[in-house]
Design a binder for this molecule. Sequence first.
Ligand code: ADP
Ligand code: MG
Length: 157
Amino acid sequence: AAMRHLPYFCRGEVVKGFGRGSKELGIPTANFSEQVVESFPSDISTGIYYGWACVGNGDVHKMVLSIGWNPFYKNIKKSVETHIIHTFKEDFYGEILSIVIIGYIRPEKNFDSLEALISAIQGDIEEAKRQLDLPEHLKLKEDNFFHLPEGKIVNNH
Ligand code: ADP
Ligand code: MG
């Protein structure tokens, strides 16, 4: 069920998240608007994924993405959050984020501590980096999708 919708192409505005301090943990996550989240297939598995991401007309970078209810924070709403594996000079709220979700890493889990959460995410990032270096995954980095005019919102073509 996790893989059926992949690869999944998605583009939308970056909005303010829940102010949970992801950035303070060193793992900022760019949140999509509720509207974009609702355009996702309702049966897509919650959990952690990897893929490629691009802000505006910028370069395409590796990313890890979470879809779900974020049990650690007891969220009541579904969220789709992208951590881009790149250091940006500035925040990019309001910009258009384009992503292709390629593979599934793991389901969401509850963690006993912040340290356990952070080390799980660091493990996810390492896994994403390894996977995305595979030739079949590198190919999608060059996909035309990332070169479409940025005003055009396309969900899975
Ligand atoms: P919020 O709760 O508003 O989502 P976060 O602490 O998760 O706050 O920070 C997310 C914001 O940080 C993004 O919307 C973006 O503007 C900025 N940001 C800077 N670097 C990154 C990155 N590498 N990946 C994702 N977002 C980043
Ligand atoms: Mg966030």
